[in-house]
Design a binder for this molecule. Structure first.
Ligand SMILES: [Zn+2]
Length: 246
């Protein structure tokens, strides 16, 4: 029987047997893992916190790869404040869902893990607009999975992207100018483009000054949702709630 000690963030949990839960954890060294939390639904359970999404802890896991069990968990940092504000919580849930979609079982991904914990930390501890954090995380994910958005040039004619003449192509997941644009697109306003060009140069803790209007928020959410469908074949459920918030 092996023993794994690793940091991890709980992405989701579901009921298993009478008193247990199965948690999905994303880790830097082992990618995405599932593990049983025994007896966690009992009133006296000590590791209840480890069954909550956003839990960032040091985990001790035992067993085989087919059935790991959580033998211990110690909280590293609390992201609890994310759940105290509705918009933060929905954005945070979307970030967890994105991490779930792109993480791979037993495949190390230090960049994804660092991006995830930085995004959640900023969401929990700062006044940064949750949608700024969401878009910055998404742009990072596109980059580390090999689908970086080219924010400078049209994908077809390669002319510099500028003004209000930019579109996100749903069929290719790229930005194009209005002349090269195809049928199915999401408009990208001049300000949205400028904000994206700016935010990719910044760390999560440097995003606080970016202010979004409804226009950018709406364009960003649509771009993320469309690109996750195209690139990772994932229909992000949390975006249904996100797109309903006004
Ligand atoms: Zn073009």
């Amino acid at each position: 029987m092996q023993q794994i000690i690793t940091q991890g963030v709980v992405l989701n949990a579901f009921d298993y047997r009478d008193a247990d839960k199965i948690v999905t954890i994303v880790t830097p060294e082992y990618g995405r893992l599932s593990a049983v939390l025994r007896g966690v639904k009992k009133v006296t359970a000590k590791m209840k916190f480890a069954s909550q999404p956003f839990c960032y802890a040091q985990f001790k896991l035992v067993g085989g790869w087919d059935m790991l069990t959580v033998a211990g968990a110690t909280e590293i940092e609390s992201f609890f404040d994310i759940t105290q504000d509705y918009r933060s919580m929905v954005a945070g849930s979307a970030i967890l869902e994105m991490a779930d979609a792109v993480s791979v079982v037993q495949q190390p991904d230090h960049l994804l893990f660092t991006g995830l914990t930085s995004a959640l930390r900023t969401l929990a501890n700062s006044d940064t607009d949750p949608d700024v954090i969401l878009m910055r995380f998404a742009l990072g994910v596109f980059k580390i999975t090999g689908y970086a958005l080219n924010l400078k040039n049209c994908k077809s004619c390669e002319k510099p992207l500028a003004n209000d003449l930019v579109r996100f192509e749903v069929g290719t997941g790229e930005l194009s100018c209005i002349h090269c644009s195809e049928n199915d697109f999401i408009p990208v306003s001049a300000r949205s483009l400028e904000i994206m060009q700016n935010m990719v140069k910044l760390q999560f803790d440097e995003l606080e000054k970016i202010v979004l209007t409804e226009v950018e928020i709406n364009e960003f959410r649509q771009i993320i949702r469309a690109n996750f469908k195209l690139r990772y074949n994932r229909d992000l459920k949390s975006f249904n709630s996100l797109l309903e918030i006004e």
